[in-house]
Write a protein that binds this ligand. Structure first.
Ligand code: ZN
Length: 138
C-alpha cells in the first residue's frame, strides 16, 4: 500500500474548499469589496486589501488554461502517464484550479471543462476536472 498525500481539510484558509467538495459542491473564495476570486484562498484580498471575503458556490465549469503530461514516475501513488490540468473558472477566471486526468488525452487551450468529485479515501474528496462532454449540462 502506498501512502497518498491528503489535503488539510482542517486548515483555516482551505478547509471550506475541501468541506464543500465532500458535499459535492465546488466553491471559491472571493472578495466582497472588489468581487474578484482569490485562489489560493487568503484572509485578505490580494487585489484591494479588503478583509471582507466569503466563499461562493461555483457552477463547476471552466476553461482549460494550461496542462502538462507527466511521463516520469515521481511517486508510487501516481502511475504515469497522467496529465495535470489548470482550469480557469467560468465565473471567476482569475481562480485557476488544478486537476489530474489519467493518460495523455488530446487537449486544447480554452476547451470547456467540467468538475467532478473524486473520493480519495479517509473521508476526503477532491474536485477534479475533465473535458466537458456533450450532455453534461443537460
Ligand atoms: Zn478585493
Amino acid at each position: 500500500m502506498t501512502d497518498r498525500l491528503y489535503p488539510a481539510a482542517w486548515d483555516r484558509d482551505t478547509g471550506p474548499f475541501f468541506t464543500a467538495a465532500r458535499e459535492g459542491r465546488l466553491v471559491f473564495c472571493a472578495c466582497n469589496a472588489c468581487d474578484r476570486g482569490l485562489h489560493v484562498p487568503t484572509p485578505s484580498c490580494r487585489f484591494c486589501g479588503s478583509i471582507d471575503t466569503s466563499w461562493r458556490d461555483a457552477r463547476g465549469t471552466g476553461t482549460l488554461y494550461s496542462w502538462t503530461t507527466v511521463t516520469q514516475q515521481a511517486h508510487p501513488a501516481w502511475p504515469v502517464p497522467y496529465t495535470v490540468v489548470i482550469v480557469a473558472l467560468d465565473e471567476a477566471p482569475e481562480v485557476r484550479l488544478t486537476g489530474c486526468i489519467p493518460g495523455a488525452p488530446a487537449l486544447s487551450a480554452g476547451q470547456p471543462m467540467q468538475v467532478w468529485f473524486e473520493d480519495i479515501g479517509q473521508g476526503r474528496t477532491l474536485p477534479n476536472w475533465r473535458p466537458l462532454q456533450n450532455g453534461d449540462l443537460a
